[in-house]
Design a protein around this ligand. Structure first.
Ligand SMILES: Nc1ncnc2c1ncn2[C@@H]1O[C@H](COP(=O)(O)OP(=O)(O)OP(=O)(O)O)[C@@H](O)[C@H]1O
Length: 582
């Protein structure tokens, strides 16, 4: 659904709530316009003389009743409108987040986090302001304007009202001229804010790198540059808004002068009473308020319409990786994997990253993937996960093209340890139980023991409830990797375990301990281990050697080290030039 449709549906669904709010705000204005009328009557009555105490008390009581009516109706309307606006904001943010969750990695590579946050914060807020404050102000303004005009024409003088009104009618003209500029400048401010949050986020993520390079002053200067741009753009907007907001009272002031001159003349010539003239001046000043509000509302709606366009673009984004129309569903999957003549090119890339890759991994077997950096190992794993879509007829799970499987089934069947072993800023226990929030602590412990992180956890102040800082900053690289492996192992019913260079940061002893655990898993799960370090692959049932996206060698470790080729080269480098032997 587009944001416009969403807004329409939202308002329609709550039409009675909105109607009650608008009517209450309108009613409040009718109470408000009674005040000058009472004042005028009071002055005229005072002029007649008589028992003043009694008169004053009577008028005071009338004023108090009117003021109470205003407060009750306005209070109700304002609260109601505010509540509806907040509900919209909540629902829209939920909607946006759910939508983003359907999109693939490709989308997040092409859009900055700063921009997305800007959408979910500022754009949604801009629409909310139009739906709450905007509606509140426009209801007030329309009702007050009509009611005031009605009162001045009916109870005072038509000509006096019309003459004073002429300068005020120029206000919409002024607004029409300034309006497009306000919109442009407010968009520039929003873009500047988005740039700034993007830079701050990147900088915080890279804080270790920045400190290691003593780059703090450069980062601070870059940030200052961004904030200066925002200030400049905000000042441009403020100047224009000031002009805009000054012109409205100026025009009202001219109307006021006309009213004073002509109204005074009418009083001198006895055509209206002094009380009516006083009431009229109050009415005129009351007309300024709705006109100012028209200006504010126009600004709010301008901002909201720019935000709606951005939200429109965002929600129009279709997920590029989806469930098939008629998925193949099975009760039991075994976990055999077959890759057949797989060639793949990233959308923004000029050359294929993988070329004609074929390999068969029977269920319960282990495939090792080795290759220099950039050879395409991660890409191959990402394609098996359908993080990017492989071409049809190239990747099969138990003989079924993975594109014909339900995404949820496929991903339930795979336990994956990504290269960066991403950890969330929560407790170590929650990180391990990430894909299985309902598991019991014993399962967390079991997975942690298998991945050799349990000892570390036991030494932590709060055990599995220890907070590990932003993205696991309190853990070492190896501890992070072992935590990520535990997270995969806890997914016990997965049929395929994929490790993307996940042992690179652990010492060789820990590596062989983890490999021993993986050996126990073997036979029950199909394992795919991508690695630079050949020691991680020694036990694999089959190894493929990737070079620039092609399989250049394949076989078992013992054979590969004997053959001349890339594998032996890597082996010799890693074993310090030892002669190749099994
Ligand atoms: N999202 C992407 N868009 C475009 N090109 C990409 C993308 N991801 C990876 N590549 C390119 O594809 C090639 C293979 O990258 P990949 O990450 O699969 O290699 P790798 O063998 O896992 O390397 P490493 O061992 O360094 O992790 C590289 O040239 C890389 O620049």
């Amino acid at each position: 659904m587009s944001p416009t449709q969403l807004i329409r549906a939202f308002i329609l669904e709550r039409k009675w709530g909105y109607l009650a709010a608008v009517l209450a705000i309108g009613m409040a204005q009718f109470f408000q316009v009674r005040i000058p009328h009472i004042l005028g009557k009071f002055i005229n009555r005072l002029k007649l003389g008589g028992s003043t105490e009694h008169i004053i008390l009577g008028f005071a009581l009338e004023l108090a009743v009117v003021a109470a009516g205003y407060v009750i109706f306005f209070g109700f309307g304002q609260t109601q409108v505010g509540r509806l606006g907040r509900t919209w904001e909540y629902e829209m943010r939920q909607h946006l987040f759910s939508h983003w969750e359907t999109l693939s990695s490709r989308y997040f590579q092409q859009h900055s986090v700063g921009d997305l946050l800007n959408h979910s914060l500022n754009d949604v807020t801009a629409v909310r302001q139009a739906l709450s404050m905007g509606l509140n102000q426009i209801s007030q303004a329309v009702f007050l304007f009509i009611a005031t005009l009605y009162m001045t024409i009916r109870t005072i003088d038509l000509k006096l009202t019309l003459f004073s009104l002429v300068p005020l009618l120029l206000i919409p003209v002024v607004i029409a001229i300034i309006r497009p500029q306000v919109r442009l400048r407010s968009r520039l401010v929003q873009e500047g804010l988005s740039d700034m949050s993007e830079l701050a986020e990147e900088s915080f993520q890279a804080i270790r790198l920045i400190k290691a390079a003593s780059n703090e002053p450069i980062e601070v200067a870059r940030f200052a540059d961004k904030t200066q741009t925002i200030v400049d753009r905000q000042m441009n907007l403020v100047r224009l808004n000031t002009l805009f907001q000054a012109l409205v009272p100026l025009l009202s002031g001219i109307g006021f002068t006309v009213g004073l001159v002509y109204g005074g003349w009418l009083v001198i010539h006895g055509q209206i009473s002094l009380g009516s003239f006083v009431a009229f001046t109050v009415y005129l000043s009351m007309l300024v308020q709705p006109l100012m509000q028209f200006g504010i509302v126009i600004n709010l709606f301008q901002n909201a319409s720019a935000s709606i366009v951005r939200l429109q673009v965002l929600l129009a984004e279709e997920p590029d990786i989806r469930d098939p129309a008629e998925p193949v569903v099975r009760d039991v999957w075994r976990g055999a994997l077959k890759i057949q003549r797989l060639t793949f090119q990233y959308p923004n890339s000029e050359h294929p990253t993988l070329q004609n890759v074929s390999v068969d991994v029977p269920e319960g077997r282990t495939l090792g993937i080795v290759g220099r950096t950039g050879a395409g190992k991660t890409t191959l794993l990402n394609l098996i996960l359908r993080d990017y879509d492989p071409p049809a007829g190239t990747v099969f799970f138990d003989g079924v093209d993975i594109r014909d499987m339900r995404l949820q089934d496929l991903r339930e069947l795979i336990a994956y340890v990504p290269q960066d072993g991403f950890l969330f800023s929560t407790t170590i226990g929650h990180n391990i139980a990430f894909s299985r929030p309902q598991v019991v602590p014993e399962d967390v412990e079991e997975a942690a023991r298998q991945s050799r992180i349990w000892e570390t956890i036991e030494g932590m102040p709060d055990g599995i409830d220890t907070e590990i800082g932003e993205r696991g900053i309190m853990l070492s690289g190896g501890q992070r990797q072992r935590t990520a492996i535990a997270r995969a192992l806890i997914k016990s019913e997965a049929k395929i375990l994929m490790l993307d260079d996940s042992l690179s940061a652990v010492d060789t002893r820990t590596e062989s301990e983890i490999l021993r655990v993986l050996r126990q898993v073997r036979g029950k799960k199909t394992c795919i281990i991508a690695a630079h370090r050949l020691s991680a692959l020694r036990d694999a049932d089959w190894i493929i050697v990737l070079d620039k996206g092609r399989i250049v060698q394949s076989g078992i470790h013992e054979d590969l080290v004997r053959q001349p080729g890339l594998y032996r080269e890597l082996y010799q480098i890693q074993t310090g030039g030892e002669p190749a032997h099994a």
